[in-house]
Design a protein around this ligand. Structure first.
Ligand SMILES: Cc1cc2nc3c(=O)[nH]c(=O)nc-3n(C[C@H](O)[C@H](O)[C@H](O)COP(=O)(O)OP(=O)(O)OC[C@H]3O[C@@H](n4cnc5c(N)ncnc54)[C@H](O)[C@@H]3O)c2cc1C
Ligand code: FES
Length: 368
């Protein structure tokens, strides 16, 4: 009896299965439509520009594909916090991966990590106008100069496009060839020279990008750079006295700012503190000493925290924060430019506050 029933049902089984599959597919297509997955979407930028895009990728990737280069130093892994944009409409709920990077104010202003937001529907976003000017460049390495045992200067001649306009103090991103690794480096060169970009790179032990730059990069290499980025740049509309503090490779953006101030005839009083461990960590001292000779308004104060006997060091000794503290008067009308590790910047801000600096007059670039 069973045998007879099975024989009777068997011919319909494949038809039923195909039917079920068709229904599931239709449900999935419907769900995709309702949830707004792939397909044509529009991203409105700053209420002006409308960007027709293919959805279902991250906002960061979709913008990059459309030549809008948002900074991103971790390749979209939600570990650098660089890729922030304001998402005014669309984009869904904030993910737990984004929360550690957001201040209360940023959450209220709908700031999101663009690498964590999927484009599933039309979106309305706001990004700083300056970012719309960032471009991708091919740069040829034309000089690799050893400045200290762990710091090198790299000079790139820009090939395509062949000019980058940047504000002194801003940074570029360098893509390590063959690896999904992008890192930020402050532009150390003269902003007048738009055809060449110089970066000062300190070797980080086991660091992916810096090991490449120090051990493998050669003149003639073609490297992808993006930029310019960042709001750490010389405020040219200000005439306040300036205090600059840098450590390690933090000299890079300050050097670019000083090129510009030199061109302007050093119109402001500048006191530049540079902190290093011992004499072997100092570099470009002659450049800054020369500037001191040229301009009464400019003072360069290198300080060593652990000078060696053989250094025969006659200059300032101590942690840079202590040196700044003892050589600084009232800063209530001054403007500060700080550049270096997050720890150094945090400690410097504390000292500057002791001397009455105003929060809004402190600019810094954390090399984290
Ligand atoms: C706006 C900005 C501007 C910057 N400008 C410069 C610049 O002009 N010159 C420059 O040399 N660097 C600069 N940096 C730092 C740079 O972007 C890289 O983070 C750094 O070079 C390390 O990259 P890496 O790939 O070699 O190391 P990674 O592979 O990223 O790191 C390897 C390991 O080292 C640790 N690490 C990372 N960075 C440091 C560090 N600085 N000191 C100690 N340990 C570290 C990491 O936690 C990790 O454990 C800047 C960073 C920012 C955000
Ligand atoms: S790209 Fe690094 S957090 Fe988004």
């Amino acid at each position: 009896m069973n045998h007879i029933i099975l024989n009777a049902i068997n011919p319909f089984v494949p038809i039923i299965l195909i039917g079920v599959l068709i229904i599931i597919t239709l449900i999935l297509i419907l769900a995709e439509r309702l949830l707004g997955g792939g397909g044509d979407k529009v991203i409105r930028i700053n209420k002006k520009k409308e960007l027709p895009v293919q959805g279902d990728d991250t906002l960061l990737n979709v913008l990059t594909q459309n030549k809008i280069f948002i900074p991103s130093a971790c390749g979209g892994k939600a570990t650098c916090g660089f890729c922030k944009v304001r998402v005014l409409e669309g984009g869904g709920e904030m993910k737990p991966t984004e929360e550690p990077f957001m201040s209360k104010d940023e959450i209220e202003r709908n700031v999101r990590l663009s690498c964590q937001v999927k484009v599933r529907e039309d979106m309305d976003i706001a990004i700083p106008e300056g970012l719309l000017e960032a471009q991708e460049y091919v740069g040829e390495v034309v000089k690799v100069e050893t400045l200290t045992y762990d710091i090198k200067l790299i000079r790139f001649k820009l090939i395509e496009p062949n000019k980058m306009e940047f504000k002194p103090g801003q940074y570029a991103q360098l893509k390590v060839p063959g690896l999904d690794v992008i890192r930020a480096y402050s532009i150390a060169s003269d902003p007048k020279d738009t055809q060449n970009i110089e970066l000062i790179v300190r070797l980080v032990p086991k660091g992916l990008a810096t090991t490449f730059v120090h051990r493998a990069m050669l003149t003639g290499d073609k490297i992808i750079l993006t930029g310019p980025y960042g709001d750490f740049y010389l405020r040219e509309d200000s005439d306040r006295d300036m205090i600059m503090i840098a450590g390690g490779s933090g000299k890079a953006p300050i050097r670019s700012i000083l090129y510009r101030l030199k061109d302007l005839g050093m119109p402001r009083k500048v006191k530049y503190f540079f902190g290093a461990k011992s004499k072997r960590d100092l570099y470009y001292s002659e450049e800054f000493e020369q500037l001191e000779k040229e301009f009464d308004n400019f003072e360069y104060i290198p300080a060593l925290s652990e000078p060696l006997d053989e250094d025969d060091w006659q200059g300032e000794v101590g942690l840079i924060t202590d040196v700044v503290d003892r050589m600084t008067d009232d800063l209530s009308e001054a403007e500060a430019y700080l550049c270096g590790s997050p720890g150094m910047i945090f400690a410097c801000i504390k000292v500057l506050e002791k001397h009455d600096i105003k929060d809004e007059n402190v600019l810094f670039d954390k090399f984290d």
